[in-house]
Design a protein around this ligand. Structure first.
Ligand SMILES: *[C@@H]1O[C@H](CO)[C@@H](O)[C@H](O)[C@H]1NC(C)=O
Length: 235
């Protein structure tokens, strides 16, 4: 009995150590990047370059005000957490989409969503805050929201989103952050799920967050569907 639990504990420690080792290289790269971004001349250049790479007006530009420090204990903690979630997520392209528990906030429908309403349902899953007022603070955040301590906090914050989000249904992640973990969603991420499978997996936001990619996928899908319908009619 004693031996067993010792073994189990050892396995857990080993697993954790392996995870740390595997994540360390990309974490260090991100940390150096954040450190460099605190030199405003470098930040300006990097943001300019990132802006130039964005060739679609759909993709929101990454903006960081000069007053925001990028290299802090909280930012490093947030980046580590995000990379860990990404590494451990269970959602993978082409595989079954995790069916996590979420809570309904309100149903809504607006313009952008209605463009693809014939082929897709849109769902916004509000997860934890990327820039809570008691964590990695950002003066660019439109609202000052502390870390959610309970579901009521989260639901209240999600209500704010309803006013801003262009359409779609809004639900919130549960307090175990199950959806966030399964989809490696932190800070933000786009997915397309079809027949319970992941058919599109966007990159990690903010830099990997590309609405244009999502739009391209949906356009392609719609075209393919129309073509196949035509083919059937010809036969
Ligand atoms: C989920 O995230 C919230 C922050 O929004 C945090 O307070 C809570 O402890 C997290 N839950 C777990 C199980 O990690």
């Amino acid at each position: 009995m004693m031996h067993d639990s010792g073994g189990v504990q050892m396995a857990r420690v080993l697993k954790h150590a392996t995870l740390c080792l595997m994540l360390l290289p990309r974490f260090l790269v991100a940390a150096v990047m954040l450190w460099l971004l605190d030199f405003l001349c470098i930040r300006k250049k990097v943001l300019l370059k990132m802006g130039a790479k964005q060739d679609s007006p759909d993709d929101p530009p990454v903006c960081v005000s000069d007053s925001n420090r990028m290299f802090t204990l909280e930012s490093l903690r947030a980046v580590w957490y995000g990379q860990k979630l990404d590494f451990l997520k269970s959602a993978h392209l082409g595989r079954a989409a995790p069916n996590t528990e979420v809570l309904m906030v309100q149903e809504r429908r607006q313009r952008v969503v209605s463009q693809y309403a014939d082929i897709a349902d849109f769902l916004v899953v509000y997860i934890e805050e990327a820039h809570p007022s008691d964590g990695w603070v950002s003066s660019d955040a439109p609202y000052q929201i502390p870390k959610h301590r309970c579901l009521e906090d989260r639901l209240r914050a999600a209500q704010l989103m309803l006013a801003e989000v262009p359409g779609s249904n809004v639900v919130v992640d549960n307090m175990d952050n199950e959806s966030n973990a399964a989809y490696g969603a932190y800070f933000e991420r786009l997915y397309i799920v079809m027949d319970e499978r992941v058919v599109y997996q966007g990159g990690r936001g903010p830099d990997g967050y590309r609405i244009s990619e999502l739009r391209n996928w949906l356009e392609q899908y719609r075209n393919d569907r129309m073509n196949s319908h035509t083919a059937v009619l010809h036969v």
